[in-house]
Design a protein around this ligand. Sequence first.
Ligand SMILES: [Zn+2]
Length: 313
Amino acid sequence: MISRSRTLALAAVVLTLPGQVGEVAAQADSPLVTRSYGRVIVDVKVSRSHAGGVLAVGVRNGRWATANTLVDGRRGALTRVAGELFGIVALALDTAVGDHKLSIYFPGGRRRGGATTVNLPVTPLVRPSRARPLSPEGVTAIATQAALGHGRFLLAAIRTRDTKAHHTGPLRAPVDGPVAFPFGGHEDYGRVIGPMKDGLMGEQHRGVDYEVPIGAPVKAPGSGVVLLARSLVFSGETVVIGHGNGLVSVLSHLSYVSVREGEMVVTGTAVGTSGQTGLGALTPHVCFSVYLHSLNVDPEALMDASLWPAAAR
Ligand SMILES: [Zn+2]
């Protein structure tokens, strides 16, 4: 089992919102920045301040129904959750170590709108490595048209644009078992595979591997709609669940899938059993990956309940 401490860091807020500025005392569950602009209070929390982590942005007492965020040129959105404007923002896996900025744009023109910028230091992380060389048959199979087609299926599911939020609050681990290899670890397949051939494989691990024997129940990490449920060359028996607000879970290498595409599930719904299917499974395990607006992030970051407003946990 590999444990990693949650790293928390953030600094100053530069604001251009109208109104008086004041500081609010930090809460116990670790807001990194809490600032008030008159009545409006902005909270920013981070779960894992390195590449692949996430930020939670909350705005209390504002009248806006939505707001947009921008990190490294990538847009995100805040929506109403439990009475406040809230959103989870990805720190993409390719984010460089160093200083970045989170910008939050409030709609409404000069009188009601505005923008604020939060400095966002992205910290380095030493990630473990593992070698899992593909067999000569595997190398051949991975390059077939079927494998490429399966990759496109998976990417299309991951990039599904949702219009409805099915899930708020933290995700739950899909199985009971130790983490055998963490998100972002370096993978050596014995050859260069390329980062996005099927959305799950590449030179960095795209999910969290849980070590469980074949046949263990696999449960939905959150509520949502089953976007994909089929057998793929690399990830084996695979289930993709769309949770809404741009959040998608992928469960791979199952032995059996018990849900169908289009079916609705809730947190904890059995979606199948664990296995060792697909070229990417050399041992029995379940691989759990999470994508936020198509950006691959650490599933364990999304399990951090302190990110959400108390009413939404
Ligand atoms: Zn994995």
